[in-house]
Design a protein around this ligand. Structure first.
Ligand code: DX5
Ligand code: ZN
Length: 226
């Protein structure tokens, strides 16, 4: 497993396990690797920063040995700093924290990198891109939320496409990747990829199909086989 995969020039698909059958997570991660997923996205919610509770690092630990794919944990929690070491310990490779939830964001991102993980900053649809200005050099990727975080299966917020275009321009000359998360499906993934997204998180847009392999191929080809 190589967290370096974040540096890939190719468009990547990151299934969001929140939409999987959590009663058989082991089988799901094995099936996703076989089906050609690039990275596994885990949505960590605390019932405080977002109005929903999901799972924590012990769940990632329980499936870590069943796949070689990189693990990408999206922390939607109020006190991220308290849990960074634990996510590294269980074998997480990419870790994103919300700019809205981290009062000392440069310190948080530096700690994530020091722990050997790729550091990401997530930004809610209602937060200005200006809040990222001083953190770009401390991160490896920016997670543009295309829904308000908290639940899977929400409607894609279309103006976030323009946000990605603007961000892409601002990031030119850097190695910082753009990840987008929320409401991405076959119908809009071409626009998402065309705007400059490098990694698309897909939940219900993938798990609504029984055949992950064919759905991932369809998503990739709709994205233009980038
Ligand atoms: C929302 C999560 C997303 C979501 C994606 O808070 O961060 O990862 O589960 O699921 P879909 O693709 O169904 O919107
Ligand atoms: Zn997510």
């Amino acid at each position: 497993m190589s967290p370096k995969q974040l540096g890939s020039q190719q468009f990547q698909i990151a299934p969001s396990l929140l939409a999987s059958d959590l009663s058989c997570l082991k089988e799901e991660v094995i099936a996703l690797e076989k089906a050609g997923a690039d990275v596994l996205h885990f949505d960590i919610m605390d019932g405080h920063f977002v109005p929903n509770i999901t799972f924590g690092p012990t769940v990632l630990e329980s499936v870590r040995k069943h796949t070689q794919l990189p693990f990408d944990a999206h922390l939607m929690i109020s006190d991220a700093d308290q849990y960074l070491d634990e996510f590294a310990r269980v074998g997480c490779n990419w870790l994103s924290v919300h700019v809205e939830a981290c009062p000392h964001i440069q310190r948080t991102l530096t700690r994530i990198r020091d722990l050997g993980m790729k550091a990401g900053v997530a930004i809610n649809p209602g937060t200005s891109l200006f809040s990222l200005e001083s953190v770009v050099k401390h991160c490896d990727f920016i997670l543009v939320m295309s829904v308000n975080p908290g639940f899977g299966g929400q409607k894609f917020i279309a103006p976030m496409i323009d946000r990605v275009r603007e961000l892409k321009k601002n990031l030119s000359g850097t190695n910082v990747k753009i990840q987008m998360d929320g409401g991405i499906k076959l119908e809009n993934i071409a626009e998402v990829a065309g705007a400059g997204v490098d990694i698309a998180v897909v939940g219900t847009g993938l798990f609504s199909s029984k055949d992950y392999s064919s759905q991932i191929s369809k998503l990739r080809s709709a994205a233009g086989n980038r």
